[in-house]
Design a binder for this molecule. Sequence first.
Ligand SMILES: [Zn+2]
Length: 257
Amino acid sequence: MIKAESKGKSHISRRWKLDIRDIVNNYNFKLKETFGAHPAHKCHLCGNNINYVVVIDGDEINGTGHRTHEIGFDCLTLVLGDDWVGYQVAKREIEALKKAAAKERRKIKYADENKADIEWLKSLPENIMNRQWYLQKIYKALTTGNRVFNKSMEKYLARAKTMFDPAEAKKKEKEWNNFIVPKFEKLIVLIEEVDGDEGTLGFVKGVMANGTRYHNLTDGMKEGLNKVRERYKRMKAAHGTAPTSGTLRAELDKLPY
Ligand SMILES: [Zn+2]
């Protein structure tokens, strides 16, 4: 039953072993709870400071006594052993507590030491962030502490800073949203008015989605859109349903492609 002797911890006194053996042998201990203790608590068994506490409680086997003890996981292993009923749960919970504490410590550290990095990442427009999964991972690491901000992340971030200019990218994003997107929307309305051809709509929407990723259109895309626009303008004119006032036509004429 008692594991202290078999594990042979030299600093543990004979007296301690006997006391603990009595307690463990005479009580039916179960796991009550685990928690992180800051400041540290004292282990009821060895007296050491412990930041992660396992609370065990049990009824006296041949009596009416009841005991509750706050102990460290090391003592738990030593005294109750890894075949004890609450061992696996206690182990899992303590590991989770340690992991959460490490995450929190990293988060606080990064908020202080990597403030400029975090600000830079925040200033990146969404369309860049959305296609940069590794920058997303770095941002998450720095803002949540969910993982260590390692050397390879550090290098990648330094390189990204030379590749992306957030101010320039923001400007492009604004232009795209304010001027280009409405033009796409008008072209889509025109197609829908004329024949609503799904293939053509799919093409235009696909080009729009692709352009939105980079806030940019290739010459090929512009050419393709131009052909669609011309064709639909002609079709609309031929059917006698062209925009009466020329408002839509004027808008379409302003398209940059
Ligand atoms: Zn202890």
